[in-house]
Design a protein around this ligand. Structure first.
Ligand code: NAD
Length: 439
């Protein structure tokens, strides 16, 4: 099939590359010339395992073209995927400017009398696909366009997105016509997974409801961690015991400093806004958002309790700034927020991250920061070490050996990554979340 992707970011680039890998003929478009030039040279704008090799291969095989040429992209695809960003606006609702910019361009440039399916993969509030259709028609200036709209939300996880695209739990296809559904089914039919046909509105809401539910699990276990600290329980044990019930499942039950990233915070907030606009007070979701906001402050209380609120003269090693492991993405990373709070109180920070140092430099600048290529360097004469991203590499550090480099043997583990008993046996003062018997 001939496929056009508009917006070559995490979702667009990975989807485009995977579709080409499945044998389709893909054109990926972006307005960012620099990004497109880099992709052509085989330099990936994002860190994602296996992506560079894949994109180099499909470009060489002639099945993947990166471009900024809208006309070419519109002529090419029988399936046209919209994958641009939908960040939060100031009120917390989804900012749909990029989506409608694209819809306008489609209206202006789509060839006449050639059937196309216009698919929104970006996460958009209910009703957006229909507004995309209106915008396309409004900008078509009377030309005879032949198209259907489709909502095909994306569920990939950064860090494992290529694997996810090939092994997805489900494909959701919301359409108004069977013709569009059949075209979409043709694309995904080879996957051993459920292909769910829904209305467009249901497909749009499935994405938000799924992310909101996962965020709820995280906030729930974070709230439980607070109880654990007050009653002497261990949240890891509690989560394990809960997760063994297959009605609950163990995933997304890791207590920590709260959820961040480019999706959960904005999607949960956007769903809350949608429900408010529809005159429904979604109180449970408000609680999820509030609990998440509180969680990093609970973590910081441990710091204030130990050092007071003035951190002048302290040097802290920080392991991790990406919003989660496996990615260089620092958008809405809680790790960055914690670093800013420590630095704001006067501390100097030595930061290491396996993938996110470049993005961190952009977000944090140089004042009060030292960026370390080697993990071991963050231990050098530091007053404490903070673990803020759950990279497995950090669990494998030799903490016994590192102890002698530190000024004092103190760890604040914001991800409950390490074994408290092992660390305390090594003489560390070990702070974590919801494991009160170890501070
Ligand atoms: N990142 C994820 O893990 C993930 C997962 C599922 C769904 N989503 C959703 O997918 C959408 C895209 O997210 P992302 O993380 O890939 O965003 P991103 O910011 O990485 O990429 C968006 C791209 O769109 C380009 N763009 C903006 N305006 C454009 C236009 N008019 N024409 C062409 N290109 C344009 C930007 O230059 C950018 O490269 C969002 O709605 C997001 O919520 C993201």
């Amino acid at each position: 099939m001939k496929i056009t992707i508009i917006g070559t970011g995490y979702v667009g680039l990975v989807s485009g590359a995977v579709f080409a890998d499945w044998g389709h003929d893909v054109v990926c478009l972006d307005v960012n010339q620099d990004k497109i030039d880099k992709i052509k040279e085989g330099i990936m704008p994002i860190y994602e395992e296996g992506l560079e090799e894949l994109v180099k291969r499909i470009q060489k095989e002639g099945r993947f073209v990166a471009t900024t040429d809208y006309e070419l992209a519109m002529k090419h695809g029988e399936l046209i995927f919209i994958c641009v960003g939908t960040p939060s606006n100031q009120s917390g609702a989804a900012d749909l400017t990029y989506v409608f910019d694209v819809a306008k361009n489609i209206g202006e440039l789509l060839p006449e009398n050639q059937y196309r399916v216009i698919i929104t993969k970006s996460t958009v509030p209910v009703g957006t696909n229909h507004k995309v259709k209106e915008t396309i028609l409004k900008n078509s200036e009377g030309r005879k366009l032949d198209f259907d709209i489709c909502s095909n939300p994306e569920f990939l996880r950064e860090g494992t997105s290529i694997f996810d695209a090939n092994n997805t739990d489900r494909v959701v296809i919301g359409t108004e016509t069977d013709k569009a559904f059949e075209k979409m089914k043709e694309l995904y039919n080879h996957l051993e997974t459920t292909i769910l046909q829904t209305s467009i509105q249901s497909a749009e809401l499935i994405k938000y409801a799924s992310n909101a539910f996962l965020a709820t699990k995280i906030s729930f276990i974070n709230e439980i961690s607070q109880i654990c600290e007050r009653v002497g329980a261990d949240v890891k044990e509690v989560a394990q015991g809960m997760g063994l019930d297959n009605r609950i499942g163990g995933k997304f039950l890791n207590a920590g400093i709260g959820y961040g990233g480019s999706c959960f915070p904005k999607d949960v907030e956007a769903l809350y806004r949608t429900s408010s606009e529809k005159m429904y007070d979604f109180r449970l979701l408000r609680g999820v958002i509030d609990a998440n906001e509180r969680q990093k402050h609970y973590f910081m209380e441990k710091v204030w309790n130990k050092y007071g609120s003035n951190l002048d003269g302290y040097v802290f090693g920080v392991l991790g700034s990406a919003f989660k492991n496996g990615t260089d993405d620092t958008r809405k990373s809680v790790a960055l927020e914690v670093i800013k709070m420590l630095r704001g109180a006067g501390a100097k920070i030595k930061l290491a991250d396996p993938a996110a140092l470049e993005n961190s430099k952009r977000d944090l600048g140089t004042i009060g920061m030292e960026y370390c290529e080697e993990f071991n360097d963050v231990f050098d004469k530091s007053d404490a070490v903070f673990i803020l991203t759950e990279w497995s590499e950090f669990a494998n550090i030799n903490y016994e050996k590192m102890a002698s480099k530190l000024k004092s043997k103190v760890i604040f583990d914001g991800k409950n990554l390490l074994n408290p008993k092992v660390l305390t046996d090594l003489g560390y003062e070990y702070h974590s979340i919801g494991r009160s018997s170890y501070l």
